[in-house]
Ligand binder design. Structure first.
Ligand code: URA
Length: 243
């Protein structure tokens, strides 16, 4: 989306947060003129960049002291499709960007296969800082970090959330279920449609999961296109047959 279109989308989302569906033309109200709940909305960060600036020095849990870089997220701030992984690993901690190691390279390839890039979507994690030795996130870390993710969702307003792997899925859904079962369900998270598929690291460990994961990603592609108002995906035509 061109910058100006993105700005317009953000402006109207912001307008809707403040004034609901009523279109108010003319000078916007100063934040001091807005009372009650609406004032609270005015004081919250408007853009992802502002929010990143606000939280990037977070020390709410001990991972703040051991991280190299805070891994906020990457992609389009107006993405309709958001992928949520578990937590930064070694490379992500080093570079400050999610999914840049081996699992990330595979995610890029899968996105390319459904004609998307990491700039078309948004990619982030349950935790913004790397747990030592890549251990699973602790409940106390999740408790401190989950509000950051919810705020990201509030700003982005995606149409479809995809949890990558069991940790992301069970954290968001609050259920202990098998991934095999969860990937066949359609959930709602904070009012947004949510689906679950395998983590790309699991696909690297167990290539037999690649076929079911590919089914999931085709479903994700089709549903994303539907929700985003894009024409249904069509298989690209091969070269015209000679003669
Ligand atoms: N695994 C994740 O869950 N997230 C990353 O960013 C990288 C690997």
């Amino acid at each position: 989306m061109p910058d100006s279109a993105e700005q317009a989308v953000r402006y109207f989302r912001r307008h809707q947060q403040l004034y609901g569906d009523q279109l108010i033309l003319g000078e916007p109200l100063e934040s001091s003129e807005v009372s009650g709940d609406k004032k609270a909305v005015v004081d919250r960060p408007v853009t992802l960049a502002e929010y990143e600036e606000e939280i990037c020095h977070c020390q709410k849990c001990p991972l703040g002291a051991t991280r190299t870089k805070f891994v906020f997220g990457v992609g389009s701030p107006a993405a309709d499709l958001v992928f949520v992984g578990e937590a930064p690993g070694f490379e992500e901690d080093r570079q400050g960007e999610p999914f840049v190691g081996r699992a990330g390279k595979l995610l890029d390839k899968i996105l390319a296969a459904i004609e998307l890039t990491r700039q078309d979507v948004y990619i982030c994690n349950i935790l913004k800082c790397r747990p030592p030795d890549n251990r699973d996130p602790l409940a106390a870390e999740v408790e401190q970090c989950l509000p950051h993710l919810k705020e990201q969702f509030r700003i982005i307003q995606p149409k479809l959330i995809v949890a990558l792997g069991r940790v992301a899925a069970k954290t968001l859904l609050g259920v202990e279920d098998s991934l095999k079962h969860m990937r066949q369900q359609v959930y709602t998270y904070e009012g947004v449609e949510m689906r679950v598929t395998y983590h790309t690291a699991a696909l690297l460990r167990n290539p037999r999961l690649k076929a079911p994961a590919w089914e999931d990603f085709q479903t994700i592609r089709d549903r994303y296109r539907e929700l985003a108002g894009l024409p249904p995906w069509q298989k690209p035509e091969g070269p015209a047959s000679a003669g």
